[in-house]
Design a protein around this ligand. Structure first.
Ligand SMILES: [Cu+2]
Length: 159
């Protein structure tokens, strides 16, 4: 299983002929094996907004292997996943208008991609946040830590 840490290197921008990665934009992939391509995501504290692009690199349709990317406080994950199952695929496996959901994409099938942009104004430094997929049964595997700010930004080799 791949276990990578993605550090805002998702999008390359060209400015003045110099390519650089915008650390506030992150791309993460999902696949037909019910996996995200990273178990940790981190953005610098000075990102006013964060853009997350989710790609489904698989081939299976959303009804069989649908994935979304949802961000919430670690302590809210279980309740959101549970409520999402009741909501069903029609509602993107998300409880409608749930204030515990900080950001969420729609559910993707294989070959699709989507981007969600959200403000970091409500994120608390030091709080534990998780990203996860709300498709039934997926969050046990498709879940990782989302960190905003300073020291945690440094990548650890081999992790
Ligand atoms: Cu999933």
């Amino acid at each position: 299983m791949r276990c990578l840490r993605v550090i805002g290197a998702g999008l390359l921008l060209l400015a003045g002929g110099v390519a650089y990665a915008d650390p506030c934009n992150i791309t993460i992939e999902s696949n037909d094996m019910m996996q995200f391509s990273a178990h940790e995501m981190a953005v610098p504290a000075d990102c006013a907004a964060v853009e997350v692009t989710l790609r489904h690199a698989g081939k299976l349709p959303a009804t069989v292997m649908g994935h979304d990317w949802v961000l919430a406080k670690d302590s809210d994950v279980s309740a959101i996943v549970h409520a999402g199952q009741s909501a069903g695929l029609t509602h993107g496996y998300l409880p409608p208008n749930d204030p515990r959901i900080i950001a969420a994409t729609r559910v993707l099938g294989g070959g699709e991609s989507t981007t969600v942009k959200f403000s970091t104004a409500g994120l608390i430094h030091g709080e534990r946040y998780s990203f996860f997929c709300t498709s039934p049964g997926h969050a046990t595997v498709m879940r990782g830590r989302f960190t905003i700010g300073g020291a945690t930004r440094v990548a650890q080799a081999g992790k």
